[in-house]
Design a protein around this ligand. Structure first.
Ligand code: FNR
Length: 336
C-alpha cells in the first residue's frame, strides 16, 4: 500500500503519507499565543494514532497577524519553550512535526488596526485594512523570518508558510487583493516578491523541509488561474521549496462547490507540470480514496483535516480497511 510507504523529503523521513492538516484550535484563551494543555493533548494523540507528519495550526508571526486573539503564536522568543515541549511530545511518539507560519493580513479579526497589501476589505462586513508601507512590508517579512528561526530553535522537523485562504501572503499573490503600484504589486513577479523574499530569508539558515500552502484556485475570473500557480510553483521550486500543499479559495468571498477530493486536481496539475512534490487536501476521508491519490501519483502526501478530528487513529482505521500493516505503539500491542 503506497499510503503506508515511507517517504523522505529533504532529509526528513515520514513513516507514511498521512499528514495532519494545520487546524486552528483557538485555544489560547489568555491571548498569550503560548502552547496550552490542549495542544499538548491534541497533537500527541495523533502521533499515537500513527500519523506520519503533524502540521501545527497557523501560528501568528506578529500579534497583529493573528486571525483571532486566541491563536497560537510564534512572534516572540517567549513562545519557544512551549513549542519545544510540544515538539518533544510528538517526536517522542514517533511522528514528525511541522509548524505553519501565518499572518492573517486583512482577515485578522482583532480590535487593533489590521494591515494588507491594499486598503480593500475582505467583504462588506470586515474591517478595512491599512495598505502596508514599504517599511511594514520589510518588517513583516522579517517577522516571518524570525518566526522560522524560532521554529528551528524549538526543534520542528519542517515548516510550512501559509500562503493560502486569503491571508497575507495570499493577498500579495492575488490580483484580487493586491492593487499595489510599487514593486510588490502589478505583474506576477511583483506579486510573488513578498513570498519570494521571505523564502530566501528563511532558506539562508533553514536547510530542512520547507513547504508552502497555497489556494490554487481563487474561483474568480479575474483572480490567479492554474497557469499562474504553476508559474509561482516553478519559482518556489527554484528557491528550494520542497512541497506545495494545495488548498483553494477564501481569497475573496465566493461559493465553493466542495465534494470528495475536489482539490486533488490542483495538487496533480502542479506536481505534473513542475515536478515539485505536492500535498492533497480537502474532503479526503476514505482510505481507498487516499490510496488512489498516492498510487496514481496525483500527490505525494495526503493531508487530513476534519477526519483526523473525528478519528485520531485514522491511520489504524485505514490500515484495517486496506489490509495494510501498521505498527502499533508498543503499549497498545495487545489491543491494536
Ligand atoms: C482549518 N483549516 C486550516 N488551514 C490552514 O492552512 N491553517 C489553519 O490553521 C487552518 N485551520 C482550520 C481549523 C479548522 C477547525 C478546520 C476544520 C480547518 C483548513 C484545513 O487545514 C483543511 O485544509 C480543510 O479543513 C479541508 O480538509 P478536510 O477537513 O476536508 O480534511
Amino acid at each position: 500500500m503506497k499510503l503506508f510507504s515511507p517517504i523522505t523529503i529533504n532529509g526528513m523521513t515520514l513513516k507514511n503519507r498521512i499528514v495532519m492538516s494545520p487546524m486552528c484550535m483557538y485555544s489560547c484563551a489568555d491571548q498569550s499565543g503560548k502552547v496550552q494543555d490542549w495542544h499538548k493533548v491534541h497533537y500527541p494523540a495523533r502521533a499515537v494514532g500513527q500519523v506520519g507528519l503533524i502540521i501545527v495550526e497557523a501560528s501568528a508571526v506578529t500579534e497583529q497577524g493573528r486571525i483571532s486573539p486566541q491563536d497560537l503564536g510564534i512572534w516572540s522568543d517567549e513562545h519557544v519553550a512551549g513549542l519545544k515541549e510540544l515538539v518533544g511530545l510528538v517526536q517522542g511518539q514517533g511522528s514528525k512535526i511541522a509548524i505553519q507560519l501565518a499572518h492573517a493580513g486583512r482577515k485578522a479579526v482583532l480590535d487593533s488596526p489590521i494591515i494588507a497589501p491594499s486598503a480593500i476589505p475582505f467583504n462588506d462586513s470586515s474591517k478595512t485594512p491599512e495598505a502596508m508601507s514599504l517599511e511594514q512590508v520589510k518588517a513583516t517579512q522579517q517577522s516571518f523570518i524570525q518566526a522560522a528561526r524560532r521554529a528551528q530553535e524549538a526543534g520542528f522537523d519542517a515548516m510550512e508558510l501559509h500562503g493560502a485562504h486569503g491571508y497575507l501572503i495570499n493577498e500579495f499573490l492575488s490580483p484580487l487583493a493586491n492593487h499595489r503600484t510599487d514593486i510588490y504589486g502589478g505583474d506576477r513577479d511583483n506579486r510573488y516578491r513578498f513570498l519570494g523574499e521571505i523564502i530566501d530569508g528563511i532558506r539562508a539558515f533553514w536547510k530542512g523541509p520547507l513547504f508552502v500552502r497555497i489556494s490554487a484556485n481563487e474561483y474568480h475570473p479575474e483572480g490567479n488561474q492554474i497557469d499562474d500557480f504553476i508559474y509561482f510553483a516553478e519559482q518556489m521550486k527554484a528557491q528550494g521549496i520542497d512541497l506545495i500543499d494545495c488548498s483553494s479559495g477564501s481569497v475573496v468571498p465566493t461559493r465553493i462547490d466542495a465534494y470528495p477530493g475536489y482539490q486533488v486536481p490542483l495538487a496533480h496539475a502542479i506536481k505534473t507540470s513542475t515536478g515539485i512534490a505536492t500535498g492533497a487536501v480537502g474532503l479526503i476521508t476514505a482510505p481507498e480514496q487516499a490510496e488512489e491519490i498516492i498510487s496514481n501519483g496525483r500527490a505525494d502526501l495526503i493531508l487530513l483535516g476534519r477526519e483526523l478530528l473525528r478519528d485520531p487513529y485514522w491511520p489504524r482505521t485505514a490500515a484495517k480497511q486496506l489490509g495494510a500493516e501498521l505498527a502499533a505503539p508498543k503499549q497498545y500491542q495487545r489491543g491494536w
